[in-house]
Design a protein around this ligand. Structure first.
Ligand code: ARG
Length: 567
């Protein structure tokens, strides 16, 4: 609908003498389609033109009617409501969905941008909980959105593989651990040992000293400490990779925090030479009081650098070495202040690209209404959640469609899709609640519902092929009925919604779009015959079914879900 919006803006520009570029962003989709397909509110122009909004709207409406570009234009208060020429829009939508490789979506505005997206970034020897799921699935969707918009994307997993925690891991393993047990289920076992460390340290505080000593050894490159630390990483990564494979997630780089150990001195030197370091209780910090923020700690009193320092080094590496023009961080909202501090320090260091750093924050994941905490050992493991979702999806499929060919494969796509979609359909800043009954409900606003609608469209098209019915290249759309129009109108918004989703880095807009498309398509499917319709209606409806199928399938791809053809 970008083209229609633009045409409307041009006509209004012509009528009012205001640049079209200032008008186009104001064009809306009326919430109630009875009013029209597009609306232009004229209130903003009143001051400039010294005219009342209804008078302005009247001038615009007259210009639109005279152009014959649209089917109609009416004034309602300060609004111009425009009706589109249905058959032309329908033809354009079908054509576009067939011709462009990315269907109705791609705008490819991102050419020349190289975006480093930091996502997932779990911590070694700690569980990859359902909380970390959010960063992974939101990040993956953002990667795909940016790529579809023509950006070059570098996906980075900033693993938490450094810090005093590893001293504790080593002590716990040496005291109570067993190599074979760790190998069998590394993350769970290492985490169990870590939790035990905290319990035992309450009664035996000397454990903490021991842990500090082991971390110091690790920092100094002691072979035994290094060997154990490497092994923890290796075993944890094996487990994380299984989860990534299941989710279809990939990274260009695994660059953990430890990767920056030898790049920290340069950062500290640069901060010092630029006069940004001050001393505070023995620690070296960057004072941010002028921006009402607590100081950014660079080096603790014992000389150790911390999380923030490593993020400074990582940002500089991504820009200077990897050539990233834009830096995106998909990390929970609880780290908002941390990123504000890091970005501010980069700016103070004189990095103009600090302005192109973005923290994509998100809310919490609750599990059946409960908060999750790693410290107390109350963890819901993502692999368990996925396994259960897959097995429940399998029982639903067994019940609904026992003769389906590749049930196991479809159950995997549906189970995982259910979990991923549940996360992405919510605006990312809102908390997400997770309940199996809800996420797997085929009739709710869920992944399975969308996948099922897609499979339904595929089945109509499959039957048409089996009956030897082909969709002609040239389609004459004489009359577009209400149910068909609702689908066309929905599909016509794809480019616009895609653009907003990219600009706001908000996959939930795509999830909303695909749900609305499915609602419109299902209504059309229930109320109108498709294969049984007389020609040329049959061809039109099949072409529309195919366009809806393509749009749903591509939207699912953007969100990181599979689109099985039958289920
Ligand atoms: N490992 C961190 C955590 O689990 C997230 C890291 C996010 N990325 C970053 N560059 N700080 O909290």
């Amino acid at each position: 609908m970008k083209a229609e919006k633009f045409a409307l803006a041009e006509l209004a520009a012509d009528a009012l003498g205001i640049p079209a570029a200032d008008i186009e962003p104001l064009v809306e989709y009326p919430p109630n389609p009875e009013l029209g397909d597009l609306a232009l509110p004229c209130f903003r122009f009143a001051k400039l033109l010294k005219e009342s909004p209804p008078a302005i709207a009247t001038r615009v409406a007259e210009r639109i009617r005279a152009s014959r570009r649209f089917a109609g234009a009416e004034v309602s208060g300060g609004y111009v409501n425009v009706r589109l020429a249905r058959s032309e829009v329908a033809r354009a939508v079908i054509l576009q969905s067939r011709e462009q490789p990315l269907g109705l979506f791609s705008r490819r505005r991102g050419q020349g941008r190289r975006v480093a997206v930091d996502y997932s970034s779990p911590n070694i020897a700690k569980p990859f909980g359902v909380g970390h799921l959010r960063s992974t699935v939101i990040g993956q969707a953002i990667v795909r959105l940016l790529e579809a918009d023509g950006c070059e994307v570098i996906g980075i997993n900033h693993l938490g593989d450094w810090g005093t925690q590893f001293g504790k891991n080593i002590v716990a393993y040496l005291r109570w651990g067993d190599e074979d047990v760790v190998r069998q289920d590394p993350v769970r076992e290492l985490f169990r040992l870590y939790v035990r460390f905290h319990e035992e340290a309450k009664a035996q505080p000397q454990l903490e000293d021991e842990a500090r000593m082991w971390f110091k050894r690790l920092e100094d490159g002691d072979p035994e400490a290094t060997r154990l630390w490497r092994w923890f990483i290796e075993e944890s990564l094996k487990a994380f990779r299984e989860t990534y494979d299941l989710l279809g997630v990939r990274f260009d780089h695994y660059l953990g925090e430890s990767f920056y150990n030898d790049k920290m001195d340069a950062v500290v030197d640069e901060l010092r030479s630029k006069g940004l370091l001050t001393e505070s209780d023995g620690a070296e910090v960057v004072d941010l009081s002028a921006w009402n923020m607590p100081p950014c700690i660079i080096r603790k009193s014992d000389g150790a650098t911390i999380y923030a320092t490593r993020d400074l080094a990582a940002a500089i590496y991504r820009h200077d070495q990897l050539g990233a023009t834009d830096l995106v961080y998909v990390v929970g909202a609880e780290q908002t202040l941390h990123f504000q501090q890091v970005f501010k320090v980069l700016e103070m260091m004189g990095k103009p690209w600090a302005a192109r750093c973005r923290h994509v924050a998100f809310g919490m994941m609750k599990y059946n209404g409960e908060r999750l905490s790693t410290r107390r050992g109350k963890v819901v493991y993502l692999e368990d959640v996925l396994a259960r979702a897959i097995s429940e999806a399998l029982s639903i499929i067994e019940a609904k469609n026992p003769s389906l060919d590749n049930k196991a494969e479809v159950a995997k796509a549906v189970g995982i899709g259910a979990v991923v979609f549940n996360d992405l359909k919510t605006y990312r800043m809102h908390d997400v609640d997770f309940r199996y009954e809800d996420v797997l409900n085929f009739d709710g606003e869920t992944g399975p519902y969308v996948q099922y609608t897609h499979a339904r469209a595929c089945s109509v098209l499959r039957k048409a092929r089996e009956q030897g019915v082909t969709i002609p290249d040239q389609l004459a759309w004489e009359q577009v009925g209400e149910r068909e129009w609702a689908v066309v109108r929905q599909l016509a918004q794809a480019d616009d919604i895609f653009e907003r989703a990219v600009d706001q880095l908000d996959p939930s807009l795509i999830a909303r779009f695909v749900l609305d498309t499915c609602h419109a398509f299902n209504r059309f499917y229930h109320d109108e015959p498709i294969l049984a319709a007389p020609e040329p209606l049959r061809s039109q409806r099949l072409a529309l079914t195919d366009a809806a199928r393509a749009a749903i399938s591509y939207a699912l791809y953007l969100l990181g879900l599979q689109a099985p053809e039958a289920m």
